[in-house]
Design a protein around this ligand. Sequence first.
Ligand code: DGL
Length: 263
Amino acid sequence: MNANSPILFFDSGVGGLSVLGPTQALLPNAPIVYAADSAGFPYGSRTEAEIASRVPALLGRLVERFQPRLAVIACNTASTIALDHVRSALDLPVVGTVPAIKPAAEMSKTRVIGVLGTEATVRQPYVDDLAARFARDCTIIRHGSPELVELSEAKLAGRQVSIEDVRAAADPMFAVADGKRIDTVVLACTHFPLLADELKEAFPNVAYVDGGPGIARRIAWLTRGQSWPGTPQPGTAVFTGPAPAQHLQEALARFRLTRVRAL
Ligand code: DGL
């Protein structure tokens, strides 16, 4: 294993940064390539067929170009639809990001859990499966919010995000039958931990479950014993769409993603 071989992160946009951050905390010297399929964004309103064909093809190109040691699909929508296709198409370890229903079920006292994701993620059989395996005695209330995805992108692009907008985007989840009894909310889209402060302010009486730190631990475990450069390295951000504007480049630089490339 070459010490300079990167870890590849993949998302439709900036959401994967919520997985990259905790990974960099554990593996500060890991070389990083962060790929955003900005030309395909948002994934949450795409069909299963679109995601299932687009994601493995893009990851194939990225792996060929950057020769990563491991790939992280830092996107719940892509993982719940395409993780198996990607794993069978690529000859390297692939870590997925799926809704953290298991830890939420371990925490919930009311046994009513909210799953806040994209519209595509919340309708996946993968979520039914997780609920049946780990939260059989819980009521699971799912809400897909394209608005929250947009608000996360806006925040990282340096625009002002209001608590009212965040509240309005997630409120329907609490308005359905039993919604008021939700005490634990799974952030089932990697964009949403980027709005954790706003969500806590909008809905202070629930606990939020962010899968990012657990995924970071999994990445550290899978790469244990491997060699890394001696110091933190400048990372590469790859966009399938137009080059990111100044504010977003500044946000990327906070994750040491200072080399910006087009795919
Ligand atoms: N960050 C993504 C997820 O975890 C997708 C957001 C989108 O493109 O709609 O599901």
